[in-house]
Design a protein. Sequence first.
Length: 414
Amino acid sequence: MALLTEKEFHPLHSLWRRFPVAPRRRGAAGLTAWLAPKAGRDLLPPTGGEVLIGGELDRESGLGEGARIMLRACAALGIPAHGVQAGLMEGTDRPSRELFADRAPLVLHVNAPSLPAVLLRLGRRFVSQRRIVGYWAWELPVVPPLWRSALACVHEIWTPSAFSARALETIAPGRVRVVPHALAAAPVTPSHLDRQAFGLPQEAVVTLVSFSLASSFERKNPLAAIRSFREAFGTRRDRFLLLKISHAGHYPQDMACIRAAVADAPNIRIEERLFSAEDSSALTRCADIVLSLHRSEGFGLVPAEAMMLGRTVIATDWSATTEFLSADCGMPVSCRLIPAKDPRGVFEAKGAVWADADIGSAVLALRRAADNEDLRRQLGARAEYIARQRFSGTEFAAAHWSLTHRATSGRDAA
């Protein structure tokens, strides 16, 4: 089993996190946006269709995985591409000499508040006369004012869902393009690991809840998933819940809440180890049901990847996951919309709402799926078919062609 080491936050970052959230984010975003190189008007034409993919390539995160998915898709589709380590958490590599030589467009999987700082790290000479694309994902229907400061730093914006695009269009009209993650262009091959290797019961119906605490405890809403499972099955040994939690060590208070919700349940286990992509895929394949009672998703990688593997997905019926998950290929959970309140202050914007999944609906879905193997098989087969169609990479190929063949005499209006 290939285990990954969870890298520690830099000491300066730990110190920085002690300051009040909102002021530090506004201050950092405003200063870096003022200093950062702006998207230039005089662009040199790219040659050979090459594209640079930037992001936190070595980090376990949604944005990091998005960059890795795009690089794999490029290889599968015959698109010449180079990865550029670019981020705040993992740092930014100094681009190699050969990357300076051409003017290949740069697609940065870095959200707006951090993008100016990343451009500063890459350097003005590297960014100059190069088309810059921000690959952004946002999980609420309202975009915070903080994001506007980065608009002058990009020529265009790509985003993985129509849900996210509608929000981004309000601050960048005419500059947003929906480019879903091309999961099916180069799908990850699961490793050989089976239930025994992961310590999962052989005969039980296994439900998997997988999320990163770095992506917001409140938004991922694991307490609703735990409550739904416990109400559906109690302590039945033939029903098992695995909570796969990334970056747990950095959020002790969140983990305390999760452990309290699990209490002494004999059929619930917490898994904090980081696995390789192949082993993570194998773990998902070992599950019968993948449960996501999220409050909102800008795309929904966990449900989408589970569908690619033919799993039965039960997910909140709101935000980006509704673009590929329906009653035809999964089990949507009804919900109501409530004001978006994130104790960390990240996923908040004036007037924004997100979903509160209905526990009763989730309980019924869990029981129905767990009790009917034939239904799980039918939904899983349909889910895999839908996912392979929806995430084929067609939109990415079209976006790449447009990016590398468009006129370069000017930049989109900010």
